[in-house]
Write a protein that binds this ligand. Structure first.
Ligand code: ZN
Length: 171
């Protein structure tokens, strides 16, 4: 299963440090150039176990070789997060958490819009009652409301994410 991963060379270097979590899990020798070692320390065995169960060790090693060294830690953290979420929720994984948060954002945005509309109506009626001589054009209020509600527009872009391409790496 993990035969594609590096480390099967017959190098006989005396590397006696304790193996990283990945090599320990895969029962192989952890060589000095082990791609997993910097990101899967022996004291976090569950991190690799989760990632291996969801993505497979050879896919993870391929992925780490494809990204630039400075991006590898973020990539591993992302894989670990996604693997953990996928184990908790086998159907939706972390997308489940994202869609819950998106719905929350939409609900709160509607609530905010409604509250702002109330405020505008309230401000308008009180200004009409107290000083009817001062003429305030209603379009002014409408324009203010437009400003508030346009703030919510960028949430729509959130959907676009890279989740499609993510899954491509899994198979
Ligand atoms: Zn290793």
């Amino acid at each position: 299963m993990a035969s594609a991963a590096a480390g099967s060379s017959s190098s006989s270097s005396a590397y006696s440090n304790s193996p990283c979590a990945a090599c320990k899990f895969l029962r192989r020798k952890c060589l000095p150039d082990c791609i997993f070692a910097p990101y899967f320390p022996p004291e976090e065995p569950q991190k690799f176990a989760n990632v291996h169960k969801i993505f497979g060790a050879s896919n993870v090693s391929k992925l780490l070789n494809e990204v630039l060294p400075h991006q590898r830690e973020d990539a591993v953290n992302s894989l670990a997060y996604e693997a953990e979420a996928r184990l908790k929720d086998p159907v939706y994984g972390c997308v489940g958490a994202i869609s819950v948060l998106q719905r929350q954002v939409i609900r709160l945005q509607k609530e905010l819009d409604a509250t702002n509309a109330h405020l505008i109506r309230f401000a308008y009626t009180t200004s009409n009652n107290t000083s009817s001589s001062i003429i305030t054009p209603t379009t002014d209020h409408l324009n203010h409301h437009q400003d508030y509600s346009s703030g919510g527009a960028y949430y729509g872009n959130y959907n676009g994410g890279n989740y499609g391409s993510w899954n491509g790496g899994m198979n």
